[in-house]
Design a protein around this ligand. Structure first.
Ligand SMILES: Nc1ncnc2c1ncn2[C@@H]1O[C@H](COP(=O)(O)OP(=O)(O)OP(=O)(O)O)[C@@H](O)[C@H]1O
Ligand SMILES: [Mg+2]
Length: 310
């Protein structure tokens, strides 16, 4: 990447990683914003504060303070962690540099600390949001024991590098394995945000946003949102799209409760197939309680619907 004076502020010029770095970092220029995310108010506020702090560096520095720039986002798959990193970059008009962790480990066995050094030099010299996505890949899930050692070394070096000055860049790490969140890791970050599966309000908001332009006036939201409990936000988006596609192909614009229920059920089914095939399913961060509750309320609902029909 060319040297630049980005750290002095102003718009960040378009840069793309060159040479060895091009195997380690992928650059993109997101345009999405924090309002694109459906998140609990506390998370939304935290993310807004982080963006505001990076916009107000001079004011903070006058008082001997610095913006929080090391973030760990933890939570189940499909809840918006990667999208949040992208939205922070979009808000600040910074490039998003996604660090390719798998490449780092498998391609450069034994040289990983050196490669990580390159990445951290870039963090200091080229302002951006640096996304270390799914750092649990470094926490030792490999089968080959050498790999485990190497992955752990990368994780340790990563944590050590985090203690160094990072210029104006923001480092975002994500994980969906809560068990890697021990104190040694947590204390390295300025902010740790816990993402969760969407509640009924978030589910409705997600459906409504994705179905803008469709007539959703007759949707019975209580039934739909209860049935969708246990799905990730990503699943809800996909269910909305599935339902919309089916309706469009039938020549309509009106979405009915049944269209959404059908799409929701097929997402649940896929989740279950995934579990049968041994897909990783986060335990402590998942909402299994709600899933059970949802199964019970589904039965009650179905009884009500049958009654109504008769
Ligand atoms: N909170 C959210 N608000 C709006 N859309 C979301 C949210 N979470 C997920 N989505 C939708 O799902 C897609 C995937 O989300 P994302 O990649 O951010 O999930 P993730 O938490 O990073 O998952 P993983 O742990 O599997 O990497 C997004 O591109 C978006 O369409
Ligand atoms: Mg992700």
């Amino acid at each position: 990447m060319p040297k630049s004076n980005q750290l002095r502020g102003g718009p960040t010029p378009i840069v793309s990683p060159r040479g060895e770095l091009s195997d380690l970092i992928r650059a993109s220029y997101p345009t999405n914003k924090l309002v694109d995310l459906v998140l609990p108010a506390r998370l939304q506020k935290e993310l807004e504060a982080i963006v505001k702090e990076s916009r107000s560096v001079a004011r903070l520095e006058e008082s001997g303070l610095r913006p929080r720039r090391h973030l760990l986002l933890a939570g189940p798959p499909g809840t918006g962690k990667t999208l949040s990193a992208s939205a922070i970059a979009g808000e600040l008009k910074y490039p998003l540099f996604t660090v390719l962790l798998h490449g780092l480990i498998s391609k450069f066995m034994g040289e990983t600390a050196q490669k990580l050094r390159l990445v951290f030099d870039s963090i200091v010299n080229h302002r951006g949001v640096y996304l270390f996505d799914e750092i649990d890949a470094l926490a030792g899930t490999r089968t080959n024991s050498n790999d485990v050692g190497e992955a752990r070394r990368v994780l340790n070096s990563f944590l050590q590098f985090l203690d160094e000055k990072g210029g104006g860049s923001i480092v975002v790490a994500t994980t969906n394995l809560p068990q890697i969140l021990d104190h040694a890791i947590l204390r390295r970050f300025d902010v740790v945000l816990k993402y969760e599966l969407p509640d009924e309000t978030a589910i409705k908001a997600t459906f409504s946003r994705r179905l803008i332009g469709f007539d959703i006036g007759s949707v019975e939201w209580k039934i739909v949102t209860q049935r969708a409990l246990g799905l990730s936000t990503s699943d809800v988006v996909i269910a909305a799209e599935d339902a919309a596609r089916a309706v469009v192909l039938h020549g309509g614009r009106g979405i009915e409760t049944g269209d959404l229920l059908l799409a929701i059920d097929s997402r649940h089914l896929l989740q279950e197939i995934g579990v049968d095939f041994g897909a990783k399913k986060p335990k402590s961060l998942s909402r299994s309680r709600n899933r059970k509750k949802s199964a019970v309320s589904r039965k009650v609902r179905e009884r009500k619907v049958t009654k109504r029909r008769n």
